[in-house]
Design a protein around this ligand. Structure first.
Ligand code: FMN
Length: 142
């Protein structure tokens, strides 16, 4: 069967503070499931927000997203984009963690007053890439 490779990007608001404990729990679950199911991506978190990219086989991404939406650690989940992709962009990470530090000078210059709920999907992807390449990114191998 041919694999349909998809990228889904969504945004959400954290319920409660985004403590290290919460982040560690989310990442432990994410990395265990994602590496077993060939899901790759990045989770940006900070300022009470999450921005996540999920790449993988379409039906796997769909069912994972349904579980993520039902998670009561966040709310106001909104799909930003859902696209067929020829190749993965984040193939090195089962789930990279990036701090959504929009005060980072390099990032804020290119994305002044960034609000994911009113940003276009190219702007969101561009922010994620800038965060990943800036010094503040916390990058973890898959
Ligand atoms: C912001 C956020 C991102 C998450 N990302 C993932 C992920 O990439 N992969 C994953 O398996 N679970 C992820 N989770 C956890 C799922 O929402 C869910 O708790 C987990 O899949 C277990 O689901 P279950 O309790 O229905 O079995 C994430 C949760 C949150 C709040």
């Amino acid at each position: 069967m041919t694999q349909l490779l998809t990228r889904l990007v969504y945004i959400s608001r954290a319920v409660g503070p985004q403590t290290t404990t919460v982040t560690t729990q989310i990442l432990e679950t994410a990395r265990a499931f994602n590496s077993a199911h060939h899901i790759t991506g990045v989770l940006c978190q900070g300022k009470g927000l999450y921005v996540q990219v999920l790449e993988g086989e379409r039906s796997v991404v769909n069912s994972l997203y349904r579980r993520i939406v039902a998670d009561n650690r966040h709310t106001d989940t909104e799909v930003v984009s859902f696209t067929d992709i020829p190749a993965r962009q984040f193939q090195s990470w089962s789930m990279a963690l990036v701090s959504l530090n929009i005060d980072d000078p390099m990032v804020s210059m290119k994305h002044p007053e960034f609000d994911p709920y009113s940003a276009t999907s190219p702007a969101i992807l561009s922010l994620i890439n800038d965060l990943l390449s800036s010094g503040t990114a916390i990058q973890d191998p898959a």
